[in-house]
Design a protein around this ligand. Structure first.
Ligand code: ATP
Ligand code: MG
Length: 333
């Protein structure tokens, strides 16, 4: 089986965007691939975090992962900080990448603006080197595929560049990964400002469907979602971003194409659209939430994470050794 790796930062509560863009696909992939999934808490602290909230988000995301259907027997689901090698390899890759290429990352440009506004005074250096740590996460396990939302594609491409560079300069230590973007390029948009993506670190909770939102809250948020004044249900992300976003959510959850969804709503109005989206959302999220409640208060999650970390550590240790050898970091080899 080919290896596949993906991560999520515990920088907030898990959103519908995370689920549709990443987690749902992982669950579908776990039979076909050797799947590694990590909770990127080292990445989370690239923007200021409150420690209690970080811990809560980490626990929540772990339990939610399993509640969404990741199977600890099939997949390796672990906490990034449990495998110390990630930070070590990240450091090495910092020395193999340039300020120029890191400056071109759009996530850095976006997040540094926001972070500056939030903290008033500084942008953490870790936000700048976020992509090299991400490269370490990926290259550590010889992953062939990296399923990510379109927003992370640039980072995977940088990872490829760095890997090729190191392989050429020293020796073939890294497997070259490929980003795996879903066919319909899933990017769920903010419900209040559909020109930007739905993000768990966003500050407007009304604009986001959280995986743990109760049915009533979901209904209210969808009802208040921005559409337009045309009252015409048509998929046109450029001119009708709000309506198109709702249509996309529905189509993915129903496992139908946008064309089929469009047909379903011929002659209907925005109220029908919103009612349908609300219904399918509640149908999907309720069973996940029930399973989540069972898991959150059990010891299972902690045990599964520890088992997976033990397995990951063995592999990471080998890879780091290989890289250190290649660069001459071991004294006597
Ligand atoms: P943050 O605001 O902290 O960056 P995020 O919501 O962007 O949070 P990440 O942890 O950065 O979430 O990403 C986890 C996974 O979810 C990635 O694979 C990313 O591509 C995917 N993802 C994030 N937001 C969306 C979205 N709106 N639509 C589709 N996929 C998304
Ligand atoms: Mg993100």
């Amino acid at each position: 089986k080919e290896k596949m790796i993906t991560g999520i930062t515990p920088s907030g509560e898990m959103t519908l965007g995370n689920y549709l863009g990443a987690i749902k696909r992982c669950v579908e992939f776990q039979d076909e691939y050797d799947l590694y999934v990590f909770i990127a808490n080292l990445h989370a602290i690239t923007i200021p975090q409150n420690k209690e909230i970080l811990r809560k988000n980490t626990k929540e995301i772990a339990a939610l992962y399993f509640a969404c259907g990741l199977d600890p027997q099939k997949s390796t689901v672990f906490l990034q900080s449990d495998v110390l090698e990630h930070a070590q390899l990240g450091w090495i890759l910092n020395t193999q990448s340039s300020i120029g290429e890191l400056s071109r990352m759009t996530q850095f440009k976006d997040k540094s603006q926001k972070t500056k506004a939030k903290t008033k005074d500084y942008i953490p250096a870790g936000l700048f080197t976020y992509p090299t740590l991400m490269a370490a996460d990926i290259l550590m396990y010889d992953a062939k595929y990296v399923p990510v939302g379109i927003d992370q594609k640039q980072h995977v491409e940088l990872t490829r560049d760095i890997a090729i560079r190191v392989n050429n300069k020293y020796s073939e230590v890294f497997k070259i990964p490929e980003p795996l973007i879903s066919e319909n390029k899933i990017k769920i948009m903010d419900l209040q400002d559909p020109s930007k993506k739905m993000s768990k670190s966003s500050t407007n909770p009304k604009a986001i469907i959280y995986m743990l939102d109760p049915p009533k809250v979901i209904a209210a948020k969808i009802k208040a979602a921005i559409t337009d004044s045309e009252n015409l249900i048509k998929y046109d992300p450029k001119h009708k971003p709000g309506v198109s976003n709702l249509m996309m959510i529905y189509a993915i959850l129903k496992n139908i194409t946008i064309k089929q969804a469009e047909k379903h709503w011929t002659g209907k109005n925005y109220k029908d659209l919103k009612d349908d989206v609300t219904e399918v959302l509640i149908q999907t999220l309720e069973p996940i939430q029930t399973r989540y409640q069972q898991l959150y208060n059990s010891k299972d999650v902690e045990q599964w994470l520890e088992q997976a970390a033990t397995k990951a550590r063995l592999e990471a240790h080998k890879k780091l050794n290989k890289v250190q050898n290649a660069l001459g970091l071991n004294y006597n080899r």
